[in-house]
Design a protein around this ligand. Structure first.
Ligand code: C2O
Ligand code: CU
Length: 494
């Protein structure tokens, strides 16, 4: 399909035009309706974010085929440069990020800035917010970075996310109290590219009916899974933490007694992880970039696309940070070392904390300063998450994604409630672009989230303030589900 930049603007104006036919308005004539185009609305909102004297942070990124070493496992894949994860970008909230992407891949690509409520035309969704960047071409992303937090970036084309194309994007808070001594960014991923074919070949297999049904008994780390009986669609042969398999883990050096902020990012395509640090309890301080009231826990469960910030005061030794796949076999590992003498933990170490308390959505409270003001929703949009009977197709409200169709129309200024009704036996980490919602709960203190796990046969609701005009994706962050249809567009109408 060819990209039509006029299409989105035309739709925006069309709806404004439709208002003219409403009784009472018809007589006024076109001149009295201020029909703002979508590009104008985007610039208007961006200019309210842009502070005079804002710093511009410049980066160049090259998406290209490369050979990576995952720790004894050599893979030919696609990545941002020659590292995995790709280059860590770091900015301060309020900065302008200017990132020049050069596409050296043999395929179209884009970059999506996952978690940022940025200007819509920089959101990196092909056919929707920009034409895809063809092989050999470049694209400049430039936008004000609105909020601090732990975020990341990846392509929004096909299954490229399930290759090596992902990296952290850390946004510092100018008012950060800095109550930690050291920082560790951990990016988790499930890996198959260059080991078991490519992600695209994997999807073909799923479409030919090759989805496995249930993992072999005893293969999973635990008999009970917090995401239901079905941990995923794809058997990735490896799990990696910061680009390394568990038999050759990366090691993070610190001193005993230091307070470490762990920024955890799940970049996997099809795997939720249960994460624990041997010998320690963890304090959750943020999720999806937004502060939560501190909660102590043994472990966290992190769905694809989610982020958690954790604080921990390290003991003396070498401690395994284990990320066990939830509801499927396998694990990733990282070693936190404060003593050079301590023996490294074995690759299959199983700290007791993994079967201890796991923090859930219900345990998390946003800090008072980060809560949405109490307000009744102006509009509730229901998204029924389903599966097709015809084959490997994942659906929202019975339909597969079509970039020409805005399934979820909203208006600027509204409080919108997204109601995710999971009618399947699988979990779906539902991700919203351009906004960070708040999980709906009776106490009004649900955590702010841009990615929320809808458990099998359960409903979860997210409220958001419609303050960022554009056409925004709402989709499952299981890359295979998204590619097989489980995406929709939430479009602002004038
Ligand atoms: Cu992280 Cu629409 O994606
Ligand atoms: Cu899904």
């Amino acid at each position: 399909m060819s990209f039509d930049p006029a299409l989105s603007r035309r739709r925006f104006l069309l709806v404004a035009g439709a208002a003219l036919t409403a009784p009472g308005l018809a007589a006024c004539g076109a001149g009295t309706v201020s029909a703002e185009t979508l590009p104008a609305a985007i610039s208007r909102v961006e200019s309210t974010r842009r502070k005079g004297g804002a710093r511009t942070v410049t980066h160049s990124l090259v998406a290209k085929p490369t050979r990576l070493d995952l720790g004894g496992v050599q893979v030919d894949t696609w990545a941002y440069g020659d590292e995995l994860p790709g280059p860590r970008l770091r900015v301060t909230a309020g900065d302008v990020l200017r990132a020049d992407l050069r596409n050296e891949l043999p395929a179209d690509t884009t970059i999506h800035w996952h978690g940022l409520a940025l200007r819509n035309d920089m959101d990196g969704v092909p056919q929707v917010t920009q034409p895809p960047v063809p092989p050999g071409a470049s694209f400049r992303y430039e936008f004000t970075v609105p909020d601090p937090g732990t975020h990341w970036y990846h392509p929004h084309v096909g299954l490229q996310l399930d290759r090596g194309l992902y990296a952290p994007l850390i946004v510092d808070d100018p008012a950060e109290p800095g109550r930690y001594d050291a920082e560790l960014v951990v990016v988790l991923d499930d890996w198959l590219d260059g080991v078991a074919g490519t992600p695209d070949e994997q999807l073909d297999k799923l479409r030919q009916g090759g989805m496995h049904h249930g993992w072999p008994q005893g293969m999973a780390e635990r008999p009970t899974s917090l995401v239901g009986g079905d941990g995923g669609d794809v058997a990735h042969p490896h799990l990696v933490a910061n680009g390394r398999v568990a038999t050759a883990p990366r090691s993070f050096e610190a001193r005993p007694g230091q307070r470490v902020r762990i920024r955890l990012i799940n970049a996997a395509a099809d795997t939720a992880f249960r994460v624990a640090l041997g010998g320690h309890r963890l304090t959750v301080t943020a999720s999806d970039g937004f502060d939560t009231e501190p909660v102590e826990t043994d472990a966290v469960l992190i769905g694809m696309g989610e982020r958690y910030d954790l604080l921990v005061t390290l003991g003396d030794g070498a401690f395994p940070l284990v990320a066990a796949a939830e509801g499927k076999p396998g694990r990733a590992l990282l070693v936190l070392r404060t003593s050079p003498q301590a023996a490294p933990p074995p690759a299959d170490v199983r700290p007791a904390q993994l079967s201890g308390r796991v923090v859930t959505l219900a345990d998390l409270r946003s800090t008072p300063g980060h809560r949405l003001p109490a307000r009744r929703p102006d509009r509730t949009l229901t998204l029924r998450l389903g599966m097709s009977h015809r084959g490997y197709e994942w659906l929202i409200n019975g339909r597969a994604f079509d970039p020409r169709r805005d399934d979820l129309p909203i208006q600027e200024g509204e409080r919108v409630r997204l109601r995710f009704v999971n009618q399947t036996m699988m979990f779906h980490p539902m991700h919203l672009h351009g906004h960070t919602g708040q999980v709906v709960r009776a106490d009004g203190a649900g955590p702010r989230k841009d990615t929320v796990v809808a458990l099998p046969m359960r409903t979860v609701e997210l409220d958001l303030d419609a303050d960022n005009p554009g056409r925004w994706m709402v989709h499952c962050h299981n890359a295979y589900h998204a590619e097989a249809g489980m995406m929709a567009l939430m479009g602002y109408t004038a």
